[in-house]
Write a protein that binds this ligand. Structure first.
Ligand code: NAP
Length: 295
């Protein structure tokens, strides 16, 4: 079994990005600039945003973090998005989700200029992804593709079974792995909560991508020997008596499943760190006006 070390891979990519940024700036180019908007005080969102800002610093990006209280009006938030859209110094903008209930995430996402939508959530960018046109690939799917590529995992002709059909993970990953590229050329089965006899599909998987948000859901008896497992799940499971009071748990019961795998990602330290790196890569692509068709 080979452990897919997302943390180490992310550090390698960050070092590559840092060199790229240094060269751009040395040659008189513009320093990449990522802006992030955080609304409210949700603990997990604050942690994600802090990691993104820290990663920017590490690779030599400029970053701007805008904090709004949870009571901010939708209009005020939209005005800020428009202001950033019009700021030529900012290459990428992310608005950390989820947003408070009184704000329409759809409206906010659609207001971000598609050319600065480095999260790849704007409908125009999602549509372009489906049509294999140059666009931003949303961060988590892009991170997963990078892991498959960096570990040289064979995908052509493989049966990839995906658990979860969300707009930010399962659905775009199913599109990317169906493409006639590398990583890709898989035969893809996309499962969801209405899938009957889930094990029938998971047992066929050469590559299993779990993105359903149910801690330790995938067990050894659900997979075949030699499977490649990518665990996207991140759930805080209460752990009284520990320093934080919780553990971060994936969708795969790692200790049970790992002995049957050819490759497996851990949680934490698998897909998570790659998501941040993908965001940085997208921001650099935005600066260079060089969007992705093939990975
Ligand atoms: P989501 O929007 O909640 O979607 C969950 C999906 O799983 C839905 O399609 C749902 O089916 C399906 N599902 C739920 N129970 C199921 C079951 N018993 N069998 C089969 N399918 C089932 O989740 P998400 O936003 O994609 O996130 C999934 C997990 O990934 C979460 O733990 C999240 O925290 C994590 N995540 C991690 C990263 C990262 O950077 N590592 C990034 C994003 C998300 P229906 O459509 O039928 O409801």
């Amino acid at each position: 079994m080979i452990l897919i070390d997302g943390k180490q891979t992310a550090e390698i990519i960050k070092a590559e990005l840092a060199v790229e940024v240094e060269n751009i700036v040395k040659n008189g180019g513009k320093q990449p600039h990522l802006a992030a908007i955080l609304v409210g005080n949700d603990g997990a969102s604050e942690t994600y945003i802090a990691s993104k800002v820290k990663a920017c610093k590490k690779v030599g990006f400029k970053s701007t973090l805008i904090n709004f209280p949870a009571t901010v009006s939708e209009n005020e938030l939209l005005q800020k998005v428009i202001e950033i859209n019009n700021n030529a110094d900012i290459d990428g903008l992310i608005v950390q989700l989820p947003l408070p209930k009184h704000i329409s995430e759809k409206k906010v996402t659609e207001t971000i200029l598609p050319e600065k939508d480095v999260d790849g959530f704007h409908p125009l960018n999602v549509g372009k992804l489906a049509l294999n046109l140059p666009t931003f690939i949303s961060a988590t799917p892009y991170g997963i593709m990078q892991l498959l590529e960096r570990y040289k995992i064979e995908t052509a002709g493989k049966h990839c079974v995906i658990l979860g059909r969300s707009n930010i993970v399962g659905s775009p990953v199913s599109i990317l792995l169906s493409r006639n590229t590398y990583p890709g050329n898989c035969t893809v089965t996309l499962c969801h909560s209405r899938t009957k006899n889930l094990e029938y599909y998971t047992k066929q998987a050469d590559i299993l991508i779990a993105a359903l948000g149910k801690p330790d859901f995938v067990k050894a008896n659900m997979v075949k020997d030699g499977v490649v497992v990518i665990d996207v799940g991140i759930t805080r499971v209460s752990a009284p008596g520990t320093e934080k009071g919780y553990h971060i748990t994936g969708d795969v019961d790692f200790d049970d499943v790992a002995p049957k795998c050819s490759y497996i990602t851990p949680v934490p330290g698998g897909v998570g760190p790659m998501t941040i790196v993908a965001l940085l890569k997208n921001t650099l692509l935005s600066l260079n006006n060089n969007l992705i068709t093939n990975l």
